[in-house]
Ligand binder design. Structure first.
Ligand code: ANZ
Length: 928
C-alpha cells in the first residue's frame, strides 16, 4: 500500500470527531494546560497558508501536552463582528449575519482539513447573542463600578453610595471626571435621586463624555485615526473634521499603573512589553504655574524638564485650550481664530508625526516665568495636544528640538539654559531670590548638577514655593467605546430624561434589531436609529452606537472555559481551574490594542471577584508572517508584448503582476493560460528566452489577493496532504520570523513521509514490522530524537524537530530498521506534527485506541552515552576514510582493526605499513 494522504486524512478527522478524542473536561485530576490562538475574523477570502502558521504551532503544543498527561484546553472560535461584513451589507443589502455565517462555515471547513485538535464543543462566536449577552453583562458590571485609588481596585458603586452617605466625597480618592464637584454627607442626603444619579456618573468606570473624534460627514461616521489621511477619509477621500461627540469611554487610565507594573511578571518578549510600556507612556515631571496678568490667574504647564526653566522663551497652548478666546488680543483675534479652525481638522496622529511642518499663532498675551520674572509671549500651536498633560507647554528652544524649530520659524529668542553662575560686570554673583515676588529671579542653584538631580531640586523648589507640584503623567487615554456602526454589540443602556440607565440583567441580551439599510441616517445618526420603535418598554430610547471590535475579544478566553453556560459568563470553578492562558499565540498587530484591553478587563473582573487571576496571558508567542512570492512578467512599454526575464532587451519594460498559478516552479509562464487570464492579454505577444520559454521575475511581499500571490491551504492539502502542510509550515523556519512561502522545499517534506511509510511497508506493499530486539545504534537514533524533539518543543522551536525527524528516518532507513520497538515510539513522537499518518500506522500496528491519547515517549540517557568514536584515518598524510570504533579498545586493537579495514587496505595498495600512529579518541595515521 502506497502512502496516500487523501485516503487516510479525512477518515481520521471524522473518527476523531465521532470519538470526541479532543473533548476536554472542565475538571480533572490531571494538571491543566491552556493553549490558545488569537481567534480569526472570518473574512470572505477564507484562509491562506499564512493563517495556519500559528495554529499549527499551538496544535503541536496542545497534542504534545495532552500526550504528556495534561488536561489541555485548546479551543477555537470567531471574532465575528466587524467592518468587512458590514461594508458588504451596505453594498448588497444582505444581512451581515448571513455573510458571517457563510464565512464561518468556510473557515471551519478549511480548519477541519488541517487536522487540528480543537474541542469544537467550546466554540465561541462574538456576534452570537448567547455570547454577546455576556459582553453586555460585563459592560454593565463596569458601569456599575468605580475605581478606588487608595485600594487600587474597582469596587461596586453601591459601596461608593455608602461612603457618600457617611462622609460625602471629600475623602474619596477615585478615578473620576475632572469636573466632579465636592459635597458633604448632608449635601448628598439632600440631593434628589436624579441629582445623586448624575453625580455617580462622574465615577463610573464606563461613562459618557464629549470626546474629540474624526467625523466624516459624507460617510456619516466616525473614523479611526488610521482611516484618515491628511484630513481626508482614506476610503472615498471625503473631508474629515475633528468633532466633539458624546461617546462611551472606559476608564482604562485608572489601571495604567497596574498594567505597567504587572508586565514584569509576564513571559512575553521584551520588545512587546516595551511596546506596551510606551503606549502606557508613564512620565515623571512637574506641573508649574505661569502667571498671566491678562487672565488674572495662572496657566499650568506640564514638563519633564523643569530644570530647563531658565531657557523658556514662550508658552504654547493646544488649539483646543479653552482660555484662547479670552487671551487673544483684538489685533490678533482673527488670525488666532483662523489658526484654531485649521488645526482642529488635523488628527492627533498627524499633529504628532508631522512635526516638520511648523505652524502656530501668537495670541498677543504674555505670561511670567516664575523663576526669573521674565515676560514671555503666549502662542497657540497644534504640536501641543489638548489631551496630554495640561495642554500647555513651556517652550525651551535651547533644549527641545521641536521648540527649537518653532522658535526659529517664528523668530522667537533662543534663551540659553544658564550653566554658569550669573555674575554682573564687576563679577558679583547676581541676586538669587526676590523678596518682592517671593520667587527666584535668577539663580545658579541648578548649575553643575546632573539632569536628574537638577530636576529633583527644581521640583522641590516649585513645591516649596507653592507654584506647582511633582506630577506623573500617562500617555494612555481612556478608551472610546462607541462606534457609529451596525454590526457590533448593542450597548445595553436606555435613556430616561437624558440620563443613561442599564436595562435589567434578566433582559439581556439586548439583540441587534433588523433594519432596512446598514448605513447612518441622513442626519448623521448611527444605523440603529433606523430601527423603528426600538425603545425600552416602548418609550425610552436605547443607546444607538454599538461596541467597538475589541469588546468581544477582550474576554473570549474566559468564555472558552465554560462556553455553554447560560447562567453566567463562566462559572468561577471553571475559571479557577483553567486560570491564565499558559501559551497564547498570535500576530504582533495586536501588541497594544487587544492585549492591553484584555488585560484591563481581566483586572477589572478580578477586582470584582468574578475571576481569581488578573493576567489573561502568561506566555505569549508572536508568529511571523508568511509572505507571498509574487510573479512579475515584463511588458514592453506601450506594447502588448512580454519579454522573458532575465531581460532579453534594452527597451524599457514595465513589470506586471501575474497570478502565481500561471507560473511554474522554474518561474516560467504558462503563456496560453496567461492569454486567457485577462481579456487585455488575449493578443499578447511574447519574446521568449533561448529555450522558447517566458521567464518571470519573483518578488517577496505581503500575501494578498490583490497581489495574485495567495496560496490556499486547501490546494496544498489536496496535492500533498495536511501532514505535509503542517510539517512544511513548521520547517520554513523559526516561528517568530516572517518568511516567504517557497514551495520548492515541500517535495522534500512529502518525500520524508513516504520514506517513513516505507519503514512499515516494503516495496511490495507488505507490512514488514518485526519484533526483533533493536541494536544499540537503533536505540540511540530513537532516543536522541526523542530528546531533541522534546527539548525543542519546550522552548517553542518548531522547525528544528522537523529536521530531527528527517535525520532519524534517514538513519533508520540506512540501518534497515523495521523494528516495532523503535518505530512505535517514533510514531508517538511524530504524532503532534503529523497526526494523520501516525494514527494510520498506529492503527495498522493493531492499536485500538488513538495514538493521540497515548503517552509521549521519554528519552533514556542510557542509550545516548557515547560508546564509540569515529576516527579519521590518514594514509600518507591524506585523510582517506573514517572508522567508527568502540571506545574501550586498546591502541593495539585499534591499529589491528584499522589495518583490517577494506577501504584502508585499498588506500595502502596492500603494502605493509611502515608506521602506524594511533592517538586514542583523535586520529589514526598510517604511513606506507
Ligand atoms: C519643557 C521641555 C524641555 C520639555 C526639554 C522637554 C524637553 P513626555 O516625556 O512624553 O511626557 N509636552 C507637555 N505637554 C504636552 C502636550 N500636551 N503636547 C505636546 N507636548 C507636550 O513629554 C513631556 C514633554 O513634552 C514636556 O516637557 C513638554 O515639553 C512636552 F528640553 O517641557 B517639556
Amino acid at each position: 500500500m502506497e502512502y496516500q494522504p487523501q485516503s487516510i486524512e479525512q477518515k481520521w478527522q471524522q473518527y476523531w470527531q465521532a470519538q470526541q478524542i479532543y473533548h476536554t473536561p472542565n475538571h480533572s485530576d490531571k494538571p491543566k494546560y491552556y493553549v490558545l490562538d488569537m481567534f480569526p475574523y472570518p473574512s470572505g477570502a477564507g484562509l491562506h497558508v499564512g493563517h495556519p502558521l500559528g495554529y499549527i504551532a499551538s496544535d503541536i503544543v496542545a497534542r504534545y501536552k495532552r500526550m504528556q498527561g495534561f488536561n489541555v484546553l485548546h479551543p477555537m472560535g470567531f471574532d465575528s463582528f466587524g467592518l468587512p461584513a458590514e461594508q458588504y451589507a451596505i453594498d448588497t443589502g444582505q444581512h451581515p449575519a448571513i455573510t458571517t455565517a457563510q464565512n464561518i462555515a468556510t473557515f471551519k471547513q478549511q480548519l477541519g482539513k488541517i487536522g487540528f485538535s480543537y474541542d469544537w464543543s467550546r466554540e465561541v462566536q462574538t456576534s452570537a447573542p448567547q455570547y454577546y449577552r455576556w459582553t453586555q453583562w460585563i459592560f454593565q458590571q463596569i458601569f456599575d463600578s468605580w475605581y478606588d485609588l487608595n485600594a487600587q481596585k474597582a469596587r461596586p458603586i453601591s459601596e461608593l453610595v455608602q461612603i457618600f452617605e457617611v462622609e460625602g466625597n471629600h475623602g474619596v480618592k477615585a478615578a473620576c471626571d475632572e469636573d466632579t464637584p465636592l459635597f458633604s454627607a448632608s449635601d448628598w442626603k439632600g440631593y434628589d435621586a436624579q441629582k445623586q444619579y448624575t453625580l455617580l456618573l462622574h465615577y463610573r468606570l464606563t461613562y459618557l463624555a464629549e470626546s474629540v473624534v474624526n467625523w466624516c460627514p459624507a460617510l456619516g461616521t466616525v473614523l479611526a485615526n488610521d482611516e484618515v489621511k491628511d484630513g481626508f477619509s482614506e476610503r472615498g477621500g471625503h473631508p474629515v473634521e475633528r468633532k466633539k461627540m458624546k461617546q462611551w469611554s472606559m476608564r482604562i487610565t485608572a489601571y495604567a499603573e497596574r498594567l505597567l507594573n504587572d508586565l514584569e511578571r509576564l513571559d512575553w518578549s521584551e520588545a512587546l512589553k516595551e511596546m506596551q510600556r510606551n503606549w502606557i507612556g508613564k512620565s515623571y515631571g512637574c506641573e508649574v504655574q505661569f502667571e498671566v496678568p491678562a487672565l488674572g490667574h495662572a496657566l499650568t504647564a506640564f514638563t519633564t524638564r523643569i530644570d530647563t526653566i531658565y531657557g523658556v522663551s514662550y508658552l504654547v497652548l493646544a488649539p483646543e485650550h479653552e482660555v484662547i478666546d479670552q487671551l487673544a488680543t483684538p489685533e490678533r483675534r482673527a488670525e488666532v481664530e483662523a489658526y484654531v479652525q485649521m488645526a482642529k481638522n488635523r488628527s492627533e496622529r498627524e499633529r504628532q508625526t508631522e512635526v516638520k511642518t511648523v505652524s502656530g499663532a501668537f495670541t498677543g498675551a504674555y505670561a511670567i516665568n516664575p523663576f526669573n520674572g521674565q515676560q514671555i509671549p503666549i502662542w497657540v500651536a497644534d504640536y501641543v495636544l489638548a489631551g496630554y498633560g495640561t495642554g500647555v507647554v513651556m517652550g525651551v528652544p535651547a533644549s527641545d528640538e521641536r521648540d527649537f524649530r518653532f522658535a526659529t520659524h517664528f523668530g522667537l529668542p533662543i534663551v540659553p539654559i544658564i550653566d554658569k553662575t550669573p555674575v554682573d560686570e564687576s563679577g558679583k554673583v547676581l541676586e538669587v531670590y526676590s523678596e518682592k515676588s517671593g520667587r527666584m529671579i535668577n539663580s545658579d542653584f541648578l548649575n553643575g548638577l546632573e539632569v536628574p538631580e537638577a530636576i529633583q531640586r527644581a521640583i522641590a523648589f516649585v513645591e516649596e514655593k507653592n507654584i506647582g507640584k511633582a506630577k506623573v503623567n500617562y500617555r494612555l487615554r481612556d478608551a472610546v467605546f462607541s462606534r457609529q456602526r451596525y454590526w457590533g454589540e448593542p450597548v445595553p443602556v436606555y435613556f430616561k430624561e437624558g440620563l443613561p440607565y442599564l436595562i435589567p440583567q434578566d433582559q439581556l441580551p439586548l439583540t441587534l434589531p433588523d433594519i432596512e439599510a446598514y448605513k447612518p441616517t441622513e442626519d448623521g445618526e448611527p444605523p440603529l436609529a433606523r430601527a423603528e420603535g426600538w425603545k425600552y418598554q416602548g418609550q425610552y430610547p436605547y443607546e444607538l452606537t454599538t461596541m467597538p471590535g475589541w469588546a468581544g475579544s477582550s474576554w473570549y478566553f474566559l468564555r472558552y472555559m465554560d462556553s455553554q453556560n447560560d447562567q453566567t459568563f463562566a462559572e468561577r470553578s471553571a475559571t479557577d481551574y483553567w486560570n491564565s492562558v499558559d501559551l497564547y499565540i498570535g500576530g504582533t498587530e495586536h501588541a497594544v490594542g487587544h492585549l492591553l484591553y484584555s488585560r484591563f478587563w481581566a483586572k477589572f473582573l478580578f477586582d470584582r471577584g468574578y475571576i481569581g487571576f488578573e493576567e489573561p496571558f502568561q506566555k505569549l508567542l508572536n508568529q511571523g508572517m508568511i509572505q507571498g512570492v509574487s510573479a512579475l512578467v515584463h511588458k514592453l512599454k506601450d506594447e502588448n508584448t512580454f519579454v522573458s526575464f532575465p531581460l532579453q532587451t534594452d527597451a524599457e519594460t514595465i513589470p506586471v503582476r501575474v497570478d502565481i498559478s500561471l507560473v511554474d516552479a522554474h518561474d516560467k509562464l504558462d503563456t496560453a493560460a496567461f492569454k486567457q487570464w485577462r481579456p487585455e492579454y488575449q493578443n499578447a505577444k511574447f519574446i521568449p528566452d533561448a529555450n522558447g520559454q517566458l521567464g518571470c521575475e519573483r518578488v517577496v511581499e505581503k500575501m494578498s489577493k490583490s497581489k495574485y500571490n495567495v496560496v490556499n491551504p486547501d490546494e496544498v492539502i489536496a496535492k500533498y496532504g495536511a501532514d505535509t502542510l503542517r510539517l512544511y509550515e513548521m520547517f520554513l523556519g523559526p516561528i517568530e520570523l516572517s518568511k516567504p512561502w517557497n514551495t520548492q522545499g515541500i517535495d522534500g517534506v512529502s518525500k520524508f513521509l513516504r520514506k517513513l511509510w516505507r519503514l512499515f511497508y516494503n516495496e511490495q506493499d507488505e507490512w514488514q514490522l518485526s519484533d526483533a530486539a533493536p541494536s544499540a545504534e537503533e536505540w540511540k537514533v530513537l532516543h536522541k530524537t526523542i530528546k531533541k524533539v522534546s527539548e525543542d518543543i519546550e522552548r517553542l522551536s518548531f522547525n528544528t524537530p522537523v529536521s530531527a525527524f528527517m535525520i532519524a528516518v534517514n538513519e533508520l532507513n540506512t540501518l534497515k530498521c523495521h523494528k516495532q520497538a523503535i518505530l512505535e515510539p517514533f510514531l508517538q513522537l511524530l504524532a503532534p506534527y503529523a497526526p494523520h499518518i501516525t494514527e494510520e500506522l498506529w492503527a495498522k500496528m493493531g492499536h485500538i485506541q488513538s495514538i493521540h491519547i497515548a503517552p509521549f515517549p521519554i528519552w533514556d540517557e542510557q542509550y545516548l552515552a557515547e560508546d564509540s568514536f569515529e576516527y579519521p584515518v590518514s594514509i600518507n598524510g591524506k585523510m582517506r576514510t573514517k572508522l567508527s570504533l568502540p571506545l574501550d579498545l586498546s591502541p593495539a586493537e585499534i591499529e589491528q582493526r584499522a589495518l583490517a579495514d577494506e577501504t584502508v587496505r585499498r588506500w595502502m595498495a596492500d603494502k605493509a605499513p611502515k608506521k602506524v600512529i594511533v592517538v586514542p579518541k583523535k586520529i589514526i595515521n598510517v604511513v606506507v
